[in-house]
Design a protein around this ligand. Structure first.
Ligand code: ADP
Ligand code: MG
Length: 771
């Protein structure tokens, strides 16, 4: 890698926009005055009794007032930076300032108006014009577009706009955005299209575009790779990256009533911007050993541009009206500090991740493949020539094999000829077969089929080759080469014009520097004129000097006072934020201490780890790795049960059979019978006399033959009952016509079935006609 060891400062320019209609209508006072020649901006305090308070003066590399043209800014300030990107340096342009001061106007401007186009469209024109004029160089230009909003990175060119990208770091190439899409562009039109798509996506995600753009950072990245034959006969690739950054509005976000989620949001919104300020402070301080790049996505991504190896220009945008004076002063102080950042720009030569190299290698590989294809064909033909093919074919092949040099257009023509010849030849053969009457029909069919198949193959082969060639062409077209229009007269004139403009810009710059130098020397020259002719003169001169120095002292004092006040305000705000966060934290503590079991909390604390990359806490998975590095199997928690059960549930299941703790068979399918509401029949008590008479009466009826042996058995034959009981049993049956519950219902059948005759006998009622 070639390095230019010299360091250079970040270039800071200030641009003040014109009063807008509203401000003019409201008759706001203009408090900003701009001295373009001297590169100074002066801000008056509108409230101060203007007699004793001096305006605050800031000096920058250059300043632009409300009459400044976009193209002037470009030629004087941005063109040299883009030129160095074309040489292989990394370059960054920041637009910093309060919302509505012209950051987007400076970066993008009015796209369709060539007069009011901003840096981004102007750089497109510049880059592609440069390429078209280059000679013996190959270029590859690609573009990406991303946005940082609330510390989340969104790819503005990706189809899936809900996806958030991550920052990664590699030791060789540094910080990069993982999976960021980039598009190879071949012309101004194409790269403009990329920008438009990104801008559309940017506004799609936002409900209120103004608010969204004032809170998010947009970064358009153009990567230019250039390959050139070096003096050592090798191709060398230089890669320059141009970051065009439209920062979020620098005004303080009001945090009134922010709580919980909204507070978190509010603290995140300007995190990147305050981190940028801290990085600048740390870089300028000279004492800090730690530069807090890691504090935000923006500073990490643009690490190179701040104290790194890139060239950086910062445009501070301010408004002229009195009501903006606080923010204007803050912006000027901020950028004043940035002036002192030192970068060490360096050309990136032959980096490992150059896409151009990959393209070149791929093209070479494809070409070789294509070559092989046609080469193989020819060799095949030659071999076949010795075989059984016809004469005419042989001649064709001879011709073809002879012209071996095929390159570029020649090669293309050869290939086309070759395919045509092959086709014609096959066609001819087919015809010959058709006309050959000596062949049997079947044989003819077979041959024809064969030929057709061959033709098909040839067709397919041709298509494949064409596809390959098209691919090569497409890839080659992406690599841009210049030198075609160099003879163009108008082009040449334009070039001269541009050069002149550049020279003028350069001259202006030098003039300004000299002016600034002179201003500095003024005091010294006063001292040099110390040959006083008289005492009075000496007093006069010294008084003048004293006055000047006193004024300076006052200015510095006022500045210190302002800075202190600013500081106090900032501190108060931070303290307020801290208070709110502490209160939030106390609530979380309360919840954790009182509602989360201690051991659970400890477990969680043990598992949590902080991910620096992501800036978030992460939970480690619960896998206890044993000594032998094997994962432990999950403990069996439910032996003998379908699922884990608590001790209590197990006990309850044993004690109470209800469904509460059952894991299975929750439904009980037994019939739920109603409890009985009737009584067992009790026979009336019969007087012994009557009973005897009845018995007698029954005994006379001999015809009733009952085999009651089964009955006795069934009844468990209680001998005490005797035949009387039996008779009672029978007499009951016919009387009670209702079915009875219980076992008794079955007695009659079981009593009669064992009869010898086989046909059941039924008791007959008394008093019926006997047999
Ligand atoms: P920001 O991006 O900083 O919020 P904008 O670029 O959107 O601000 O500018 C706000 C308005 O001011 C726009 O309408 C823009 O056209 C106008 N404006 C800003 N700067 C200039 C300028 N130098 N000349 C003319 N109009 C300007
Ligand atoms: Mg804007």
């Amino acid at each position: 890698m070639s390095k230019s060891k010299s360091s250079e400062s970040v270039k800071v320019v200030v641009r003040c926009r014109p009063m807008n209609d509203k401000e003019r209508a409201a008759n706001f006072e203009r408090v900003v005055s701009v001295d373009v020649k001297l590169g100074q901006v002066a801000v008056r305090n509108p409230r101060g009794a203007s007699s004793h308070e001096h305006p605050k003066v800031f000096t920058f590399d250059s300043v632009y007032d409300w009459n400044s043209k976009q193209i002037d800014l470009y030629d004087e300030t941005f063109r040299p930076l883009v030129d160095s990107v074309l040489l292989g340096f990394n370059g960054t342009i920041f637009a910093y300032g309060q919302t509505g001061t012209g950051k987007t106007y400076t970066m993008e401007g009015v796209r369709n108006d060539p007069e009011r186009r901003g840096v981004i469209p102007n750089s497109f024109e510049h880059i592609f014009t440069h390429i078209s004029r280059s000679q013996n160089q190959q270029y590859l230009v690609r573009a990406s577009y991303l946005e940082i909003y609330q510390e989340e990175i969104r790819d503005l060119l990706s189809r899936d706009q809900s996806r958030r990208l991550e920052l990664k770091e590699r030791p060789d190439t540094g910080v990069y955005v993982k999976d960021l899409s980039s598009f190879v562009t071949k012309s101004v039109r194409e790269i403009e299209h990329v920008m438009n798509v990104g801008n559309q996506n940017r506004s799609v995600g936002a409900t209120n575009m103004n608010e969204h753009s004032s809170r998010s950072h947009a970064i358009f990245v153009i990567t230019i790779e250039c390959s050139e034959l070096g003096p050592d006969g090798e191709n060398h690739i230089r890669v320059g990256k141009l970051n065009l950054v439209d920062l979020a509005g620098s005004e303080r976000q009001t945090k009134t009533g922010a709580q919980g989620e909204r507070l978190k949001e509010a603290t995140k919104i300007n995190l990147s911007l305050s981190a940028l300020g801290n990085v600048i402070s740390a870089l300028v301080d000279g004492k800090s050993t730690h530069i807090p790049y890691r504090d935000s996505k923006l500073t990490r991504l643009l690490q190179d541009s701040l104290g790194g190896n890139a060239r950086t220009v910062m445009v501070a945008n301010i408004g002229p009206a009195s009501y903006n004076v606080e923010e204007t002063l803050t912006t000027l102080r901020y950028s004043n500090r940035a002036k002192n950042i030192k970068n060490k720009p360096r050309i990136n030569e032959d980096p490992k991740d150059a896409l151009l190299r990959e393209f070149q290698e791929e093209i070479a590989r494809l070409k070789e493949q294509l070559e092989k294809r046609s080469g193989k064909k020819r060799r095949k033909r030659r071999r076949r020539k010795v075989g059984e093919e016809g004469e005419e074919l042989d001649d064709d092949v001879e011709d073809e094999v002879d012209d071996d040099d095929e390159d570029g257009v020649d090669g293309d023509k050869n290939i086309a000829d070759y395919w045509r010849e092959q086709q014609e030849k096959l066609e001819k053969e087919r015809k010959a077969i058709m006309e050959d009457h000596s062949l049997v029909a079947e044989e003819k069919q077979r041959l024809l089929r064969e030929k057709e198949k061959k033709m098909d193959d040839l067709h397919r082969e041709k298509e494949a080759s064409e596809m390959l060639a098209a691919k090569v062409k497409a890839m080659e077209s992406k690599l841009l080469v210049g030198g075609k229009n160099i003879v163009d007269h108008t082009n040449e004139q334009q070039r001269i014009l541009e050069q002149k403009r550049q020279e003028i810009a350069e001259q202006k710059r030098r003039e300004r520097e000299m002016q600034q130098e002179m201003e500095c020397r003024d005091e010294e020259t006063l001292e040099l004129k110390e040959t006083y002719s008289s005492l009075q003169q000496e007093v006069d001169i010294k008084t003048k000097k004293l006055k000047k120095l006193f004024a300076k002292l006052q200015a510095v004092k006022a500045e210190i006072h302002d800075v202190q006040e600013d500081h106090i305000k900032e501190r108060q705000e931070l303290e307020q934020t801290q208070n709110e966060l502490t209160r939030e934290l106390k609530l979380k503590h309360l919840i954790i201490e009182n509602f989360i079991p201690l051991e659970e909390k400890n477990k969680i604390v043990m598992r949590a780890t902080f991910d620096e990359e992501d800036d978030s806490w992460k939970m480690r998975p619960i896998t206890r790795i044993q000594d032998d590095q094997q994962m432990m199997t999950r403990p069996v928690s439910a032996v003998g049960y379908r699922r884990p059960l608590s001790q209590h549930a197990r006990m309850a299941m044993m004690m109470r059979p209800d469904a509460r703790y059952r894991a299975e068979n929750i439904l009980m399918l037994e019939l739920d019978l109603p409890s009985r509401t009737t009584k067992e029949y009790e026979e009336p008590v019969i007087a012994p006399k009557v009973a005897a008479a009845l018995e007698d009466a029954l005994r006379e009826e001999d015809e009733i033959q009952v085999d009651a042996s089964g009955f006795y058995a069934n009844m468990g034959s209680s001998p005490g009952l005797g035949p009387g009981a039996m008779a009672g049993g029978f007499s009951k049956k016919p009387k009670s016509g209702r079915p009875k519950t219980g076992k008794k219902a079955s007695t009659p059948t079981s009593a009669h079935s064992p009869s010898g005759s086989g046909s059941p006998l039924y008791p007959q009622s008394r008093g019926l006609v006997p047999k």
